[in-house]
Design a protein around this ligand. Structure first.
Ligand code: PNS
Length: 160
């Protein structure tokens, strides 16, 4: 039976950490749906279409990986795409409480959907989209933290 994992997030913007997690997800599943949330409570820097484009550029073509946006509940979207596993990255203890709450809520909403936490490569554990946005906003070099297409998008967003 084909196992589908869903890797959801804001990806605002995608980082090398997200790319690492997508690759690791393929060790657990035959197919990974990278799911970009439209309606997160935060006001995103990039519109959802641009986040999808950046993800496609950063991750590249692989028939096992697809990219979709979703609105509303993740648990409902996971059902629609036939996913049995949600993949989330766990970088540090500070991530844990929020992730634990989300995993339990998603189980409440969709009992047969399991959440699996993956640990990123050690040199990427400090990395987050919000830090990347902040460094780029103030003109810092994010070249080693994101794919060149993402660095380019950040540069044009913050060009003065
Ligand atoms: O990258 P992020 O911002 O940590 O991702 C959070 C995300 C998008 C996975 C989460 O906010 C989410 O699943 N939003 C969809 C709405 C939903 O299902 N909320 C209840 C989850 S418990």
């Amino acid at each position: 039976m084909m196992r589908t994992a869903i890797y959801p997030g804001s990806f605002d913007p995608p980082t090398r950490g997200h790319e690492d997690l997508v690759r690791r997800s393929l060790l657990l599943a035959d197919r990974v749906v990278v799911a970009v949330a439209v309606n997160v409570s935060k006001q995103p820097l990039f519109p959802v279409e641009e986040r999808l484009q950046m993800l496609r550029a950063a991750i590249g073509d692989d028939p096992r990986i697809s990219f979709q946006s979703f609105d509303g509940l993740l648990a409902e979207f996971a059902k629609r795409v036939g996913a049995s596993v949600i993949v989330r990255g766990l970088r540090a203890i500070s991530d844990f409480e929020y992730e634990f709450q989300m995993a339990l809520m998603n189980r409440q909403l969709h009992p047969s959907l399991e959440t699996v936490f993956l640990v990123p490569a050690v040199d990427l554990t400090y990395l987050s989209s919000s830090l990347v946005r902040e460094v780029a906003r103030f003109g810092g070099d994010v070249g080693s933290l994101v794919h060149p297409a993402v660095a380019q998008a950040l540069a044009s967003r913050f060009s003065r």
